[in-house]
Design a protein around this ligand. Structure first.
Ligand SMILES: [Zn+2]
Length: 265
């Protein structure tokens, strides 16, 4: 199996849902490939976040009373339940997963607001990148080139994302998607460096507490470079727009890409 075979199977592999031979092949590849090993760790981390940090919503007393009143008490109806139980329980479980998972984006945002502003901007950028990595279909538009991706955003955003770099052989553009950065929409451009995805988030900069210290010049902008949870992050702003580059590629590679993006601005 190649890296491209392994990546889309990671979640199924962790859940033990692959046929046995495939399960063993993925295991063998993960033992040998550091990049995929890291991708697997990210997947694991996301799973644990989803499982452990979700808020629980207990049913209200009124709802419990209503359920108790409506609950079938007679033997006949209990047997109806036991007959349908095997089919209904998985469906009910699936429905409750949807109810619990849906609020996670809002929950994540609410907790990050409590953290320091600068840290939370970085955390948000990394989270957005993780969402791209973990999504089954991360890209709303697959790239046939910049001339397809850029116009695709028209009408989907409340601003025009200005990006000076169209992708090249070293950093090809893979596609784009609409995401969110805090309370606002963001254009997500996904580039790659070999097998490593790189997210560029572009969003309206106003109202965000941008880092003002420890900035370094990249191209024509003052950029803030940091690392979080194994990902390198470079952020900068022009007058109206904020930019965040996130990837697990080497920080020197990421700075090279930032320079290509910020050079002409
Ligand atoms: Zn690999």
């Amino acid at each position: 199996m190649t890296c491209d075979d392994v990546r889309p199977r990671l979640l199924d592999y962790q859940r033990g849902r692959l046929p046995l031979p495939a399960q063993a092949e993925v295991r063998t590849h993960l033992d040998a490939c550091a990049d995929c090993g890291r991708a697997e760790a990210v997947e694991q981390e996301l799973t644990s976040v989803l499982e452990h940090r979700l808020p629980q919503y207990p049913a209200s007393l009124a709802l419990k009373r209503r359920l108790a009143a409506e609950w079938p008490a007679r033997g006949v109806e209990r047997s109806w339940w036991s007959r349908w139980r095997p089919a209904l329980v998985p469906a009910l479980a699936a429905a409750s997963v949807v109810l619990v998972v849906t609020p996670i984006l809002y929950y994540e945002r609410a907790t990050s607001r409590a953290a320091s502003e600068r840290t939370s901007l970085v955390a948000e950028a990394v989270n957005d990148h993780l969402r791209v990595l973990s999504s089954q279909h991360p890209l709303d538009i697959e790239s046939g080139g910049f001339h397809q991706v850029k116009p695709w955003f028209e009408g989907r955003l409340d601003f025009a994302p200005v990006v000076a770099f169209e992708g090249d052989a070293e950093f090809p553009l893979r596609g784009g998607a609409v995401g969110y950065f805090r309370d606002r929409k963001a254009a997500v451009f996904v580039y790659a460096r070999r097998l490593h995805p790189i997210s560029l988030l572009v969003f309206r900069a106003e109202g965000l507490a941008w880092p003002t210290r420890e900035l370094t010049r990249i191209g024509s902008v003052e950029a803030y470079t940091t690392a979080e949870r194994g990902f390198n992050v470079i952020m900068w702003r022009t007058r109206e727009l904020g930019y965040a580059l996130v990837s697990d590629v080497d920080v020197r590679d990421l700075r090279q890409l930032a320079a290509r993006m910020a050079g002409g601005q």
